[in-house]
Design a protein around this ligand. Structure first.
Ligand code: FES
Length: 114
């Protein structure tokens, strides 16, 4: 079952950099594309299990380039691999924008096994 957790204020997410937050014990990356859409995705490249937090975010295409071996994932399209060596998609999480304690907040949906 997917549970939505408050992650960060919407104003903390911009198109210039990736933001990392721990959400329910999991490192989640957030970024915004040049059209203003916000995305949440795993901090884990499927190629060699390396963190993506220092990857290069392209706000025009919503693609992230892995800094290790240059795999590219299309975050806008379910994390699909655009360039290898990765072959497995990046996990992109559902999100909602809601008011939380008076602040416009990004909630991220994570699988909860309970
Ligand atoms: S760890 Fe990302 S491309 Fe190899």
């Amino acid at each position: 079952m997917v549970m939505f957790y408050p992650a960060l204020p919407l104003s903390d997410v911009d198109s210039l950099k990736i933001v990392k937050r721990n959400v329910d014990g999991m490192a989640v990356l957030f970024a915004r594309d040049s059209q203003g859409a916000v995305f949440a995705f795993e901090n884990n490249c499927s190629h060699a299990d390396k963190p993506l937090e220092r990857g290069v975010w392209n706000p025009q295409t919503a693609e992230i380039l892995c800094p290790f071996h240059k795999a590219v994932f299309d975050v806008r399209h379910a994390g699909k691999v655009k360039a290898g060596p990765a072959v497995v998609s990046l996990q992109v999480f559902p999100l909602e924008i809601r008011m939380h304690a008076g602040v416009e907040t990004v909630f991220v949906g994570l699988d909860n096994e309970d």
